[in-house]
Design a protein around this ligand. Structure first.
Ligand SMILES: C[S@@+](CC[C@H](N)C(=O)[O-])C[C@H]1O[C@@H](n2cnc3c(N)ncnc32)[C@H](O)[C@@H]1O
Length: 407
């Protein structure tokens, strides 16, 4: 949504309250309503409710308002009492007020809508539950806290720098909660990150003001898909305990690697997918992992040592692909950050003429945009799975398989 340049000249609407009937869910954790001809994005509501809202962003000239539902006048089926007492104040969760199966339906609706709107695809989407957090709580193995002016660690309010001094984050994994960050005093204005491995029980507390130790003190070990992976505290690893296993299975099912094939693992992190592919293509195959973060590159080299035919390329995917001048690869998996791969990289990838491309996406809008670029270059989606790796939030992970449109 673009910034409104007329904001200064208009009276603020923040704090205004009114009643609305809520319409469909929209990407970003809110539902859409209308008030006096204006679109209102409402948090803490469900589609089909009558609620009183208070405006949190907007002014007289705004095309839309953002608002919070503060009184539920008529509830929709699927509304529950939030299990977290900080719901509504802390910005971390969007769907604490929604029963878990309904959360997954809302996410499926958003994925469906993004695919239709941005990629022109009509697709039936089901969001799958992932083992490890049956009540949707206690799953988050990585939490970054911000320290307020009084030295108390807390979590940010929604779209705000305000620090909410929570007593405990209900979606944090027990290993994170046991780090006792919230009971201690920290340097005002700093941040503290707790990184835990649910698979090995290891934990790191990374604080701004604590002199950081040698590299070995800043890595932990994760176990997934029958292997162990070294992960730097600052490096990427999925935060839900069931995520790595579920995604490796989905990626391998999508690629169906055969002995002797060549594969690219783009945005490869510490080597989770590359290791699984390398095991399947065997000694006669080749896997090239591309990753930009130096710590992750060093972890990937460590984790993939001993697997024949694996190469790790450090650098941005677009630059590495350009430099490699790769003409052919049988398989490509890409797992870009939120913004997606973008047109240039999708063009580079489709030129490789892979038999299968598997796209792992944490933002359905970015996925849909990139699918549209791939379609311009002869690839169509043949399968899609979606996983609830972030219960209580609006986030959803998708794994799309692409094949040549002529197949
Ligand atoms: C969503 S993570 C995926 C990591 C890995 N596939 C996994 O599942 O553990 C995205 C990774 O892409 C890396 N990255 C971000 N932008 C990049 C770029 N332009 N080129 C290469 N790697 C990039 C990040 O450092 C991060 O490790």
């Amino acid at each position: 949504m673009s910034r409104d340049r007329t904001a200064g000249a208009q009276p603020s609407a923040v704090g205004a309250t009114f009643e609305v009937e809520t319409g469909p869910v929209a990407h970003g954790g809110h539902v859409v309503a209308r008030h006096e001809g204006r679109v209102v994005f409402v948090r803490h509501a469900l589609p089909g409710e009558r609620v009183r809202v208070v405006v949190t962003e907007g002014h007289g000239g705004s095309r839309f308002f953002r608002a919070d539902a503060v009184e539920i006048l008529q509830a929709a089926p699927g509304r529950v009492d939030p299990p977290c007492p900080w719901a509504g104040r802390c910005g971390g969760c969007d769907f604490q007020h929604v029963a878990l199966p309904v959360q997954r339906e809302l996410k499926a609706t958003v994925v469906r809508e993004q695919l239709a709107r941005l990629a022109g695809l009509e697709w039936d989407v089901e969001v799958e539950e992932v083992a490890g957090a049956p009540d949707g709580l206690g799953w988050r193995t990585r939490v970054r806290y911000t320290v307020d002016d009084g030295g108390r660690a807390g979590l940010h309010a929604h779209r705000s720098h305000l620090v909410v001094p929570v007593d405990r984050c209900r979606i944090a994994h027990p290993l994170v909660a046991a780090a006792d960050v919230l009971d201690r005093t920290w340097e005002p204005g700093s941040s503290v990150e707790v990184v835990a491995s649910a698979s090995t029980g290891e934990r790191l507390v990374l604080a701004d003001q604590v002199p950081r130790g040698p590299a070995a003190d800043r890595t932990l070990v994760e176990a997934a898909a029958g292997r162990r992976f070294r992960v730097s505290g600052s490096g990427f690893w999925q935060v839900h305990p069931g995520a790595a296993g579920a995604l490796v299975t989905a990626v391998i099912d999508g690629l169906e690697p055969r002995a002797g094939e060549s594969a690219l693992d783009l945005y490869g992190g510490v080597g989770l997918f590359a290791a699984a592919i390398a095991e399947r293509v065997g000694a006669g195959g080749r896997v090239t992992l591309v990753e930009a973060d130096r710590g992750a590159v060093s972890d990937a080299v460590h984790n993939l040592a001993g697997l024949p035919g694996v190469r790790v390329e450090a650098g941005r995917v677009d630059r590495v692909l350009r430099a490699l001048r790769l003409r052919r690869a049988d398989l490509v998996v890409l797992d870009p950050p939120r913004a997606g791969a973008g047109r240039t990289v999708m063009e580079q990838i489709t030129r490789i003429k892979a038999r299968r491309i598997v796209y792992v996406a944490c933002d359905p809008a970015a996925l849909a945009r990139d699918l549209a670029y791939a379609a311009e270059h002869g690839y169509r989606m043949s399968a899609l799975r979606a996983f609830d790796l972030f219960p209580m939030t609006h986030h959803v992970e998708c794994v799309a398989t692409l094949v040549s449109a002529s197949d």
